[in-house]
Design a protein around this ligand. Structure first.
Ligand code: ZN
Length: 311
């Protein structure tokens, strides 16, 4: 094979492998809680059903993360699709997610947003997990996301980070089922108490859902680092599907007109750390330029060689 052709092929392979490695680093699995073997999430509380709130915030979050340059995998394709908690973790594992974020709402006498992570191994269906490395990465994820969310000033009390064992299921199993089967870092967010009227109103409103989603996205970007897509980054335009979802919710919400303060936090070139993505784009451009130059030289040498033979 001609030397230049060989260089061209090797160069192209390097670019393709590089681009794929960059993609794999930024997959986030969003798990909108319920219906599962634990509960349908369909109970009416202060006019809200948990399964619907989880789904609506999940759709907002998927869009915010995509706009921030992340790849998103969902554990469900419809609000009321039944998926077991084990299966949810398996979807995140199969996607090779860098993080699995599980969206839920609390019930009981409390108020505010709480972040849970597995702090030890649990056992479910004869399986012990998660691994020690997943435990330590999950703790790191929960702490980073929680501190970024706290900085956004949501209208929700910050209950901080707690271990899975502080939950009803986790106290029996050692960890939540979705954590036990997770082979990727996993954080469960209880976004607020639907039994608390103030939390419920906030989570029903367009403003509340938008703010919670933006704050979580900012935290996830903080944990995972800047998006590695060369084509990542934000635009000011919102997805029309998102607007439709928000209109649906707004019809039932309290309509408070506060502007989401965190709207831009997860996006845009002003985000510190986006230099990584842009320098990668520059490097890819440089490689493409060098390959084009190599191809030109090769073509020129071939042409001059054949014209030399003709003479
Ligand atoms: Zn739940």
């Amino acid at each position: 094979m001609h030397r230049w052709l060989r260089i061209l092929l090797v160069g192209t392979t390097v670019v393709v492998v590089w681009a794929n490695a960059a993609r794999a680093a930024s997959v986030v699995c969003i798990d909108p809680g319920h219906p599962s073997e634990t509960s349908s999430g369909d109970a009416l509380q202060n006019g809200l059903r948990e399964v619907e709130v989880n789904w609506q915030v999940a759709i907002c979050l998927a869009e915010d993360l995509r706009q921030a340059g992340m790849e998103v995998v969902m554990t469900k394709s419809a609000a009321r699709e039944y998926v077991t908690n084990r299966r949810r973790a398996e979807i995140a594992n199969a996607a090779g997610a860098a993080l699995m974020i599980r969206l839920h709402c609390d019930t009981g006498a409390g108020t505010g947003i709480t972040f849970y992570f597995p702090d030890r191994q649990g056992v479910k269906e004869g399986v012990k997990g998660p691994s020690q490395s997943v435990i330590s990465r999950s703790r790191e994820a929960a702490e980073r996301i929680r501190s970024a969310v706290a900085a956004q000033g949501l209208a929700l009390r910050d209950n901080g980070v707690k271990p899975d064992t502080a939950t009803a299921v986790g106290s029996k199993q050692g960890a939540l089922t979705g954590s036990i089967f997770a082979k990727v870092p996993v954080v469960t967010v209880e976004m607020g108490f639907l039994t608390n009227l103030r939390d419920a109103r906030y989570l029903a409103s367009e403003t509340g859902q938008s703010q919670v989603s933006a704050a979580l996205a900012a935290g996830i970007v903080r944990f995972l680092g800047p998006p590695t897509h060369a084509d990542g980054g934000a635009g000011p335009n919102r997805n029309p599907a998102r607007s439709r979802v928000l209109e649906d919710v707004g019809a039932r919400g309290d309509g408070t007109a506060r502007q989401p303060p965190g709207r831009d936090a997860a996006q845009g070139p002003q985000q510190p750390g986006n230099e990584g993505a842009s320098s990668r784009a520059v490097a890819v451009g440089l490689v493409v330029f060098l390959l084009s130059f190599a191809a030109m030289v090769w073509a020129w040498r071939r042409a001059s060689a054949s014209s030399g033979r003709r003479r």
